[in-house]
Design a protein around this ligand. Structure first.
Ligand code: FDP
Length: 347
């Protein structure tokens, strides 16, 4: 018998690396069990890619932790593709991410929030990746949690890697996730079969499985939105948000929680439930479809939630026309998002 605990120390922990290998084996045995005449084996390439991603996350986490000490915080004077002022930490973390993706041999196309154009990589890899290396960066100086968001696509058969491999429906993502850098680094990952959460143990230098098959509650009376924009929303949306603040008979109104860092707001929503939204202001969405909305929508649905835009259309059914396209988004507990969809359909 294997003793799982020695002097209060758990010894049965599952690391991200072992979890990825287990998933690969599960995928292979699924195809064997189905008695497929052409036995499809997972080549291990996605596992390799996920492993190189976890290296990038550890490297970024390390830089964020020491940022204040080594004076990285401050503006670098560069304006990025979407018009935001780029911080030194933004550009360093972008470089870390791109370097890790360029050298793992699995990636042919990289899209980053910090790069105006897609990056084509000369490799024989089968994947394309989209990412926001540091989301929520306007909060960095205040020590608020920020994160890296990513989405992964298998490139089209016969493609050498092109824009077409990323400008496609969100339904075609094969994996997505984010790492939130807070008191510790938290990674939420889906490969299209539920969501699992890992926490970085900085002593071991390993992401440890801490949230297996994460599932959001169906209802939770928490709403998360930048209400300062109320004047710029269509009246229907302002009315819906107002309705959340009206207490039902014998009940309580919704609680407001807004950090202003998408990863942190979504992370809370994934764990506690509720709804997070960023509607169009003056008719324009803010969050980026490809590397913010798609990965978050994929995670959310895999955790039994829903993700739609202002019109109530399912986010993953959308197809972007350009890599930095912006969208409105409503995501969170299934019951809460359905309530929004029912409201706009009725009014
Ligand atoms: P940031 O500009 O700090 O990078 O998409 C970027 C984002 O943050 C999200 O992380 C966050 O949810 C949102 O913008 C915050 O926008 P507001 O400041 O307009 O509320």
């Amino acid at each position: 018998m294997v003793r799982e605990e020695i002097d209060g120390t758990r010894t049965d922990i599952v690391t991200l690396s072992s979890f990825i290998l287990q998933e690969q084996r599960r995928y292979n045995s699924k195809y064997h069990d189905q008695g497929s005449s052409i036995i499809r084996e997972a080549s291990g390439e996605l596992s390799l890619l996920l492993n190189s991603l976890q290296f990038a996350f550890k490297f970024i986490a390390n830089n964020i932790r020491k940022a204040e000490l080594v004076n990285l915080i401050g503006l670098s004077g560069v304006i990025n593709s979407t018009g935001d002022e780029q911080k030194q930490l933004d550009s360093i973390c972008n470089d870390i991410f791109i370097q890790a993706m360029k050298t793992n041999g699995c990636i042919r196309v990289i899209v980053s929030e910090e790069e105006e154009k897609e990056i084509l990589v000369d490799s024989s890899g089968s994947y394309a990746i989209t990412c926001d290396p540091i989301d929520g960066s306007s909060n960095i100086d205040a020590g608020v949690s920020v994160g890296t968001i990513f989405g992964i696509y298998k490139i089209h058969p016969g493609s050498n890697g092109s824009l077409k491999d990323v400008l496609r429906s969100g339904n075609e993502m094969v994996a997505a996730g984010y790492t939130m850098y807070g008191a510790s680094a938290h990674l939420l990952l889906t490969t299209g079969h539920k969501v699992n959460g890992f926490t970085l143990d900085s002593n071991l230098g390993e992401f440890i499985l801490t949230h297996r098959n994460l599932s959001m509650p169906h209802f939770k009376n928490i709403y998360s939105i930048n209400e300062g924009n109320t004047l710029y929303w269509p009246p229907k949306i302002a009315d819906f948000i107002h309705s959340l603040k009206v207490a039902p008979e014998g009940g309580k109104p919704y609680a407001a929680r807004y950090i202003g860092s998408m990863v942190a707001d979504v992370h809370r929503t994934m764990l506690y439930g509720g709804l997070f939204c960023y509607p169009c202001s003056r008719g324009k969405g803010k969050l980026r479809l490809l590397y913010e909305c798609f990965p978050m929508a994929f995670l959310c649905e895999q955790a039994n939630g829903l993700a739609v835009n202002d019109k109530g259309e399912r986010i993953l059914d959308l197809t972007p026309e350009h890599i930095h396209e912006q969208s409105s988004i409503w995501l969170g507990s299934k019951g809460e998002i359905q309530k929004y969809v029912d409201y706009i359909n009725k009014h």
